[in-house]
Design a protein. Structure first.
Length: 485
């Protein structure tokens, strides 16, 4: 059954200096619902002029009321943003599912709650942050003063639009910066509402700005001489382009990029827990999560049983209307991405893979970009489907015999974002996990986060870390002051 939605949900304008404005050339593009292919509204296309206006507003606001606001007052405003997000939870969840194609229950349970919690966490954290001080014998006292880095550009992806935008905006504001946001052109709606929420919470005009558009908009922001830092979440190729654009001005950069994350299941693991969690880590959000475990390695004594039960659970997943409570897998975010994922299924066939489940577009849909959850076996370690990021409801499963063998395959990748290890052996859990080249390793769990801990990737999965003090280090500068005794 197809989703029944309004033909036009909302138009999305830029948010600059506390006001919604259209582009100077009045150009727009259509926002398409991926589950129904109906038009949700028209989105303004920003260019250099709009970026210049937003950056100018942010620079002016940086040196105004926001800079001199008492810490507690700024903390209260940031907390209020979280309150307002939860007050509009139903509205925001609906917009998120319309934009992305993800199930409504997922938007409600994860995306909107986590977005609000990002503001709550940093509203509290900012009041506890201190700096270093050292007494050098009787000669001097050295102490550090923390200040905002300045105007920051926040460029975000389409898979978790509000969640990931707030993961950057909250610490940026907590550290005293001003921001220019560039949401994905595919999922602009909740970001647009976020501007209104910030204004209602008491954020001064110009502190939070937003410019919609395509790659050219992001390039204008990344290369802008008056932008001091860029935080980006997205795919690796775009990250390299942002790095090139930012290089002439030596901006600070924080990148959380792609992943081809391994899920390693040893024969002594709790198979019930491993299977239940692996289904989730493989197919939640249609597999469109940078942390999804898309390379599954199973120790041979457990391999056959795991495959049978994993396939059975996967076949039971309901693909359908994002607004149906029974739906577990919704639509992929766009036709372009849908074609990409189907293209990888063709590659898997060419490479000799066997489909235990899925392997094709989901049946029963006249419109929309639905793909069946797919488990592929029989592929070698050099297969493109094993090595390249598909970012859809597609996983490969490969057996292994020894720790040494699987560790070599796990680390044989350009990526290094996350991994999951399943074992009841504590010595193995600690020793093996420490050898994995990834920024995050979960043991007997997945997607369990404490916002104080470092989050980020190695290799081509990113630069730097986010979370707690790591976010504050990125969004601020330290000046060492030496006071002679």
């Amino acid at each position: 059954m197809q989703t029944e939605t309004k033909q036009k949900v909302m138009d999305c304008s830029h948010f600059i200096n506390g006001e919604y404005v259209q582009s100077s050339n009045a150009k727009t593009f259509e926002n398409v619902n991926p589950a129904t292919e109906t038009v949700l509204g028209n989105i303004a296309i920003g260019g250099k002029q709009e970026v210049d206006q937003a950056v100018s507003a942010a620079r002016k606001a940086l040196n105004g009321e926001w800079k001199n606001m008492p810490l507690k007052e700024r903390s209260n405003i940031i907390r209020k943003i979280g309150d307002l997000i939860l007050e509009r939870k139903d509205e925001l969840a609906e917009l998120e599912s319309l934009d992305t194609g993800k199930p409504l229950w997922l938007s409600q349970k994860v995306d909107i709650d986590r977005a609000a919690n990002n503001f709550y966490f940093f509203a509290d954290y900012m009041t506890t942050v201190g700096t270093e001080a050292y007494e050098q014998d009787d000669l001097a006292i050295h102490y550090a003063k923390r200040r905002p880095v300045g105007v920051v550009g926040l460029i975000n992806p389409w898979n978790l639009p509000l969640f990931l935008m707030t993961w950057k905006l909250a610490p940026a504001l907590a550290a005293g910066n001003t921001a220019v946001m560039k949401p994905s052109e595919v999922t602009p709606m909740t970001a647009t509402v976020l501007g209104e929420i910030c204004k209602e919470a008491g954020v001064p005009d110009g502190v939070v700005n937003m410019v919609h558009g395509f790659g050219e908009t992001g390039a204008a922001l990344s290369s802008h001489e008056d932008v001091d830092a860029i935080a980006f979440t997205g795919e690796t190729i775009t990250g390299t382009e942002i790095m090139k654009a930012a290089a002439p001005t030596l901006k600070k950069l924080s990148f959380e990029l792609g992943g081809k994350n391994p899920n390693i299941i040893f024969a002594d693991a709790d198979i019930e827990d491993a299977i239940e969690t692996t289904v989730r880590s493989s197919f939640i959000n249609q597999g469109e999560v940078c942390l999804c475990g898309s390379r599954i390695y199973v120790e041979r004594p457990m391999y056959d049983e795991f495959l049978d039960r994993f396939a059975e659970k996967t076949k039971a997943l309901v693909v359908g209307d994002p607004f149906d409570a029974d739906t577990k897998v919704g639509a992929l975010v766009s036709e372009e991405h849908y074609r990409k994922v189907l293209g990888y299924l063709d590659i898997a066939k060419e490479e000799g893979g066997t489909f235990l489940t899925g392997g094709k577009a989901a049946e029963g849909f006249d419109k929309g970009f639905f793909v069946e959850p797919t488990i592929i076996t029989g592929l070698g370690k050099d297969s493109r489907c094993v090595r390249e990021e598909i970012f859809g409801p597609v996983v490969t499963v490969i057996p292994f015999d020894t720790e040494e063998e699987v560790l070599e395959q796990v680390n044989d990748t350009h990526y290094g974002l996350s991994a999951s290890v399943w074992t009841s052996n504590v010595k193995r859990a600690t020793g093996f996990s420490g050898k994995i080249e990834a920024g995050i390793v979960w043991v007997n769990t997945w997607f369990l986060r404490d916002l104080r801990t470092p989050f980020g990737g190695m290799k081509r999965s990113g630069l730097g870390r986010e979370g707690g003090s790591h976010s504050f280090d990125f969004y601020s500068e330290l000046t060492n002051i030496t006071l002679k005794m």
